[in-house]
Design a protein. Structure first.
Length: 422
């Protein structure tokens, strides 16, 4: 049996354990973690930490791991000289990174995006004044624009998305879509019947970075209405990504509604098994995170092998050249050709995340442990000197939903040596 694992120069926290366990897996003739061959692409979860038990017991172990990591004191990243990217004394001569704060938003969300901007300016942007790009499928009203200008004196641009980038394609079979959405609604899939939600997910999955006004930029920080920040950031995060050669930053990782993405992973494998497409896969991808099947095995089963673990995309600081590259673009074209942004309710978060897990080296994905963040109902509340208004380590607004947290799997299998970064 072909065992193909690449360690490269990766100095991982648990490397020696990992090697030992891989040997163990080999000796038991377990499935390989991945196979990358023409027409035979596979990714398999290896359970290298020998977690055994019911999903509840696994959850308990994973939550303990999360709590232990979240309790650690966090300062600024140490894999880059942060002193080089401090807020400037004179903003008028500051050489910004090629980046924008991007928000897709509706006219009736002015107050909600306003509260997010207020929190965001206090945390970060008043120190750097990165420009904002507001996107909307409708024309922005003057009232909306005036309100926004009250919240920030950074440059702002208001863009109407061309209908051909936003609207449902003419190829979508309406009766089929209606029947599919009736089914998803019966299964309680949130927003299943909301037509604009499907457009939004498709737009954020495969279009926003190609808008001419976004093409000017390399990096974006995505901002949503009503989000909150709990910590100060006193360095230029875009220059941090640039300086460390990282392409994607997140704060929260969780499971998805499995019924909304039943065929996302099978379609992805279909794409990878066409022609030479398997070559797009990065051998240092995040394959264990996407195939884990212990904490929520029902989800992995419904999503046909995909754990549904994803980065929560309402917070993203990322490099759009990744999406614009050949691997992601061709994969997105395949996904779009299935029509399943409409026949299912594929979200942009699992699409971005699967793309990153497959086509990016995991060392280029950054967990922003130092940025405290909230989007209803989840949060990232780190133990930093500036954390305010949240309880360290709390994941959900409620005393439930802990089984939705997927970060422990990211930490154990993909994050590498956490202490090398913070
Ligand atoms: N202009 C515009 N923006 C939209 C539309 N639908 C969603 N958005 C924006 O797209 C982003 C994601 O939509 P949300 O409704 O927040 O989706 P969500 O985060 O999955 O769901 P919530 O839990 O309700 O926040 C937000 O910034 C919305 O303002 C739309 O039809 N038009
Ligand atoms: Mg939202």
């Amino acid at each position: 049996m072909l065992i193909s694992v690449q360690f490269g120069v990766d100095v991982r926290e648990n490397l020696s354990d990992f090697m030992k366990q891989l040997e163990y897996a080999k000796s038991l003739d377990l499935r390989p973690p991945y196979v990358l061959e023409k027409g035979n692409v596979q990714f398999n979860f290896l359970n290298l930490f020998h977690r055994k038990g019911t999903p509840e017991q696994i959850l308990d172990l994973n939550n303990k791991r999360y709590d232990e990591v979240m309790a650690q004191a966090i300062h600024e990243p140490k894999d880059f000289d942060i002193e080089l990217i401090r807020p400037p004394e004179d903003l008028s001569t500051y050489q910004h990174a090629n980046a924008t704060i991007m928000s897709l938003v509706r006219n009736n969300e002015a107050a909600k995006i306003g509260s997010a901007i207020k929190s965001f300016e206090a945390l970060f942007n008043s120190k750097f004044k990165y420009p904002y790009t507001f996107l909307n499928d409708q024309p922005f009203t003057d009232r909306f624009k005036e309100k926004i200008r009250k919240y920030t004196d950074a440059p702002v641009e208001f863009i109407q998305i061309p209908s051909e980038m936003w609207d449902k394609p003419a190829s979508i079979d309406i009766p089929r879509e209606r029947a599919a959405m009736d089914r998803l609604q019966m299964l309680n899939v949130a927003y299943a019947k909301k037509a604009s939600y499907h457009n939004m997910c498709r737009f954020y999955s495969g279009a926003f970075y190609n808008l001419p006004e976004m093409r000017k930029y390399k990096y974006y920080w995505r901002l949503e209405p009503s989000v909150k920040f709990f910590t100060d950031v006193n360095y230029d995060v875009f220059k941090y990504l640039e300086g460390t050669n990282k392409i994607y930053g997140f704060t929260i990782s969780l499971y998805d509604i499995d019924e909304s993405i039943e065929t996302l992973y099978p379609e992805t494998l279909k794409f990878l098994n066409e022609g030479d497409n398997y070559k797009y896969v990065n051998q240092n991808g995040s394959f264990q995170w996407i195939t884990e099947d212990q904490q929520n095995p029902k989800k992995t089963k419904t999503a046909k092998g995909y754990s549904t673990c994803h980065f929560w995309s309402n917070f993203e600081i990322a490099d759009m050249d990744f999406y614009r590259g050949e691997a992601y673009s061709n994969w997105f074209k395949h996904l779009d050709s299935t029509g399943n942004f409409y026949y299912e309710r594929w979200g942009d978060a699992p699409v971005h995340s699967l793309g990153l897990a497959l086509f990016a080296d995991k060392r280029r994905i950054h967990w922003f442990r130092d940025i405290g963040y909230h989007h209803n109902p989840y949060r990232h509340c780190p133990n930093t000197p500036t954390t305010k208004n949240c309880k360290v380590g709390q994941f959900s607004d409620y005393d439930r939903d802990f089984d939705q947290n997927c970060l422990a799997t990211w930490i154990d299998y993909e994050a590498g040596d956490l202490s090398a970064v913070y």
